[in-house]
Design a protein around this ligand. Structure first.
Ligand SMILES: NC(=O)c1ccc[n+]([C@@H]2O[C@H](COP(=O)([O-])OP(=O)(O)OC[C@H]3O[C@@H](n4cnc5c(N)ncnc54)[C@H](O)[C@@H]3O)[C@@H](O)[C@H]2O)c1
Ligand SMILES: O=P(O)(O)OC[C@H](O)CO
Length: 586
């Protein structure tokens, strides 16, 4: 069975990282033996004695009783010893589902109260143990007699060894170590250790630590702020994906300069292909333009094209799905267990999947496979016009209001207005089903009919869309069909969409005596873009057949008869009677 990766773990050193002082030095000072212990601590820091020897010597000098330890903890309560900003950082990490560990060369007896104060479970603490002498007669612990040398952290290289053990027990995808010392930096210097080291210089700055760190901070607030920023990943890079990514790139750049809500860089997964002998990802990263799917439009220099899906979503907590719907299932399968468990998603994909038990909307597919919330953004959104910054609108369907608001902030711009509706299924069904009506509109155009016929088809189509959506998903709201995702998208698609264009061309080819299939026309007219309506028509028809509802949806049924060659295109002009002649597909 494949090992399930467990996300992210962040390991903190304790002395002078989580706490302002070295606990053992502070205890020695409390007991009046501070100077002697500090001399040995310094020797260890300068590499004059080994870590093990220094620990043993310091314990020998401290030589305290359990009650003295208790008095020390009372005199220096954990809350008074924390470094600035550490509590907020650890709270923020845990709230985002990251596992937090303490890995210290200090002692368990002194570290557990700190862990408790920060809400870190005792099982997440790797620390040294003191060997205590127990009175044979009373069974009471009397005094310390040395160091338990079996603990990994009692030795040189103990911290990386503890991390390697952690990774063996729980296969984390990424482990970061945070600390101020050379022993913390060592965590990234062995195979199987940490993936990254964040140096902390708020109490002590060591040149080697600062130079060796992947990231060096002297204030934990910097990390907390970075943590609060949402990392957005785009899954898809076609015409609409690129136009929508341009909106997101605009807001992420603005926010990184202002509110800090979103990180500036947005990773975009690109289904890699060669264009003019070059990789499309390289072209996008150099020119900031998807020359194949949205030529002539700059999508923003903060969009980073990635050919690797898992690489694109790594670290992201906001996922935008926008691929032709037939690819979403496979993409979700690849992402299962690999996305941040606290991530939220939004789908811009118009389409559905049909299973024996009924339809599955793309948002449901994402939600079920990735176990995360998924909103939708649907609307009258012809990609090229939005790329050209023409005024447009969209509807966000949400289940969790705060996620709806978050996505509104992510997409809305001065010329892209967003409405929120608490109706995911209504918005998504509208966006999906209008692709079938757009084919009907294209047939009407191909036949050379006037506005009356087109208006009649669109009105009937809207009614069938609404009726089917409400029948399958009883929570669907009527008013959703009056938003951009409903009637407005229907108008835009029936006048300016690709489904209309290809359907019109189908009729013209049919009437010329040299018919062409939809696949051929898609390839000839769309330059790699994908037609969704034909597939969706078959998917809708499967549902109508399963339910025995074909004659109740005569427009959908007639369109399906035409796309499958069972009816001539002219049948659209008599769709009510034509539907009765359209044979169910095999
Ligand atoms: N284009 C529009 O104007 C528009 C507007 C609103 C909504 N939509 C919807 O957005 C969704 C995405 O459409 P689009 O316009 O961004 O794409 P597109 O039709 O322009 O391009 C097709 C995309 O599919 C990718 N692709 C090809 N084979 C693939 C595979 N095997 N796996 C994964 N990806 C593959 C291509 O690389 C390309 O990025 C669709 O559901 C569409 O209905 C499109
Ligand atoms: O070009 P179409 O027909 O795929 O439609 C594009 C969008 O869905 C319009 O909102």
């Amino acid at each position: 069975m494949a090992t399930r990766l467990r996300g992210y773990a962040v390991c903190f050193d304790v002395d002078c990282t989580v706490t302002q002082q070295d606990s053992l030095d502070l205890l020695a000072e409390f007991l009046g033996r501070g100077e002697q212990v500090a001399t040995i601590t310094n020797k260890a820091m300068n590499g004059e004695v080994s870590l093990e020897e220094a620990l043993k010597d310091r314990l020998r000098i401290i030589d305290c009783k359990p009650e003295e330890l208790a008095s020390f903890i009372q005199a220096h309560p954990p809350s008074s010893r924390l470094t600035k900003g550490i509590r907020e950082l650890i709270d923020g990490l845990q709230a985002r589902g990251k596992a937090v560990y303490l890995i210290t060369g200090g002692f368990r007896e002194l570290t557990l109260p700190i862990a408790r104060e920060l809400g870190i479970p005792a099982a997440n603490v790797f620390a040294n143990r003191i060997n205590w002498q127990v009175d044979d007669e009373t069974g009471l612990v009397t005094r310390m007699v040395g160091l338990d040398e079996r603990e990994l952290t009692s030795r040189q290289g103990g911290k990386p060894a503890a991390i390697a053990l952690l990774r063996e027990m729980y296969p984390y995808e990424t482990v970061a170590m945070v600390g101020d010392g050379i022993t913390d930096l060592e965590a990234v210097q062995i195979t199987g250790g940490a993936d990254m080291f964040i140096g902390y210089g708020g109490i002590v700055v060591r040149d080697a630590v600062r130079d060796g760190a992947d990231w060096f901070v002297d204030d934990f607030d910097d990390l907390t702020q970075a943590l609060k920023r949402h990392q957005v990943a785009f899954i898809g890079s076609g015409a609409w994906a690129c136009a929508a990514a341009k909106l997101v790139a605009y807001n992420c750049k603005l926010s990184s300069e202002g509110t800090g809500e979103f990180a500036e860089a947005v990773r975009m997964w690109v289904y890699e292909e060669e264009v003019g002998g070059r990789k499309l990802t390289d072209i996008i990263n150099e020119t900031h333009e998807n020359v194949k799917y949205l030529p002539g439009i700059s999508i923003g220099d903060n969009i980073v094209a990635c050919p690797d899906l898992l690489d694109a979503v790594k670290d992201a907590d906001v996922l935008v799905f926008c691929t032709p719907h037939q690819f979403t299932r496979d993409i979700c399968r690849q992402l299962r267990g690999k996305v941040n468990p606290t991530a939220v998603a939004i789908s811009l994909t118009k389409g559905m999947r049909v299973r024996a038990e009924g339809p599955q909307l793309i948002s449901e597919l994402v939600r079920k496979n990735l176990n995360i919330d998924c909103s939708v953004l649907m609307g009258a959104n012809i990609a090229k016009d939005i790329g050209n910054e023409e005024l447009s609108e969209a509807t966000i369907g949400y289940a969790v209001p705060s996620n709806g608001e978050l996505f509104k902030r992510l997409f809305e711009t001065p010329n892209f207005y967003v409405q929120l509706v608490p109706d995911i299924a209504g918005a998504e069904m509208a966006g999906t089903l209008k692709n079938v009506v757009a084919l009907a509109a294209g047939f009407v155009d191909g036949l050379g009919k006037g506005p009356n016929t087109k208006a009649a088809i669109m009105r009937a189509g809207l009614n069938e869309m609404r009726s089917l959506a409400e029948r399958i998903y009883p929570t669907v709201r009527d008013e959703t069909f009056f938003e951009s995702c409903g009637v407005a998208d229907l108008i835009a698609t029936c006048y300016g969409g690709r489904n209309r264009l290809v359907a019109e061309a189908y009729v013209r080819a049919y009437q010329s005596g040299f018919p062409k299939s939809f696949d051929i026309l898609e390839a000839e007219l769309l330059a790699g873009q994908k037609l969704q309506g034909v597939l969706t028509s078959d998917e809708v028809q499967s549902i109508l057949q399963i339910k025995g509802w074909e004659t109740e949806y005569p427009l959908f049924t007639t369109v399906n008869g035409i796309v499958n060659g069972l009816l001539p295109p002219v049948a659209i002009t008599t769709y009510k009677s034509a539907a009765l002649q359209s044979q169910p597909q095999a």
